[in-house]
Structures are given as C-alpha cells and as structure tokens.
Design a protein around this ligand. Sequence first.
Ligand code: ZN
Length: 328
Amino acid sequence: MSMKKRILFLSAILIPSLIFFAVLCIGFLLTFHTDVSRYSELYIPPTEKNTSDLKITFLGTSSLLFQDKDTSLLVDGFFTRPSKFRAILKTVEPDTEIIQNVLDQLQVKKLDAVFTVHSHYDHAMDSGIIAKQTGAFLVGSDSTAYIGLGSGLEEKFIRRVNAKETLQFGKFKITILPSRHSPHARYEGEVTAPISTPAKIEEYKEGGAFSLLIEREGKSVLVQGSAGFIPGALKEYDVDLLYLGVGGLGKNPESYREEYWKEVVEVTRPEQIVLIHWDDFFLPLEETLKPLPPFFDDFDATMEFMLGKSKSSKIPLFLQERYSVHSL
Ligand SMILES: [Zn+2]
C-alpha cells in the first residue's frame, strides 16, 4: 500500500473514531449524575406530623417555600426547569401548567410574596407568573421587576428593593442583604426592559445578588442562594438555620471554598446547614433530584469539603429532597 493510501485509510478510521469518542465524552459530561444516594444519611427525614409553626419546603435549586398558618413566602420559585436542549440551544419560557401543578401539589392557592435572590433564569424566570397566579407581591431588583412586567404582572404588585431594606409579611421579617454571585457566572449586567417570552437564557441577566435574612418569632434563617459573598457583609447576623447555595462551588479552587465558608458560615454561626442549588435544574421537578453533571459542577468535591467542615465545626449538614419539609 502506498504512503498516500495508508494515510487515507488511517484517516478514514481515525477521524470517525475521534469524533465518536468526543461525542461520548461530551455526552458523559452533560448527562452523568453522581449517585446522590451515597449521601442519603444527610437527608432530612419526611416529617409525618409537623407541629412546628414555621415550615420550609425545598423545591430544587434555591427555591424554598416558607409558611406559617397565616403567611406563605416563596424564595425564587423556579418550577419550569426547561431541558438542557431548550435552555442551551433554544429558548425558554415559564410553563403555567407545570407551575400550577407544583402549586397544587404544595396546596398553595395564595402567596404573600415571591422574593428572588438574583435574576438569572434558574432563579427568576417563573417568579412573575407565580406572583400573578397567587396574588403575591414580587420582591427583587430592578431586573427582577422587568421579568415580572414581562410576565404581565401589574406594577402595583412589584416591590423593587435595595440591600439592607426590611419588609414585613405577617410574622415574617425579611431583610435584603447585599451579596455577590458565585464566580465565573455568565450573563452579568441588568435586565433593562420587560422580557417577553420565549427568550434566550442570556436575556435573564443577573441584576445584582442578594442574601435573604428571614426572621420569625425569634428564629432566623439565612438564604444564601448563590455561592458568592461580599467580605464582611454578613458579620452582624447570627442565624439558626443557613440554606447554603453551593452551585458551582465544586469547580472553584479549595482556597475559594475556604473563603466562602469563612465569610458565610463562620460569621453567621448557624446551628444547622441545608445545602441548596446542587441539583440538576435541567431535569423536571417531578423527578427525584440529582446532582449537576460534571460539565457544570463537581458535586463530590463540594460534598467532600462540606462534610469535612461540618465535622470540624460540629455544625450538622443536611440535604432536602424536593417537596420535603423542614421545620423550625
Ligand atoms: Zn445565577
């Protein structure tokens, strides 16, 4: 066989093999899920008879429902969870049917307020529609306000807030605290006009990030929706329970994880921590939660770090399954 024929022959085998291998690798990185059952002892067990006044239901990502017998507050509320294909290659929009199904499952007809921690689509896309369907106020940045307006929510139901503002709903006092998004986030900047849907996910710009301090009758909960921080911003707040966002934390260096722990956990001295924003939010909420695939995060690295810190600090660490209820 001549050299030229040999090269052609090898190319005919090699190139398709390489393409096949590359496709396999990309598929693995986008779809593989660490087996979350290895952390099953961390799950808060389902409460059969909840006598507590304050109930907190986890709904994937940073979505949390706070309730007492008179008041219901939602943080974020991202229920539509479009597939990777739609989110990355096409457009997204709130699915009113999915949203209503989730509200029905929660037996929620009325909400008092929907708060967003920032305006990326995996936090705020559904917020306007949820507020509209439940008669709630939408509380957030100017960017979140534009998402609400784009969803047809009337201006009178929108509360634009700045850091350090405090709002009262029933017995709940909510303080908006300044924060920062986790590093290397995409879609920085502000939303400057109502978003009409379907929209590309990049239209949902961050619009600034908040932490939420939620206090009720002597109990305090901090929701840290994104794994970022402003040095010193949380130092005057001791809390009972910390909902700690860990999205993207596993892909950050150990030194960043150490700083994040110091600035968010050490200063707020929680009695317990529940990790949030660890799940693959491209999967529907009707499925058991699975960690983000390796392309987006390194869940095992996050867990190794968090379990080590939990042990050395003696602060118990938990996970919640979607729809599970924690109480204080
Ligand atoms: Zn974000």
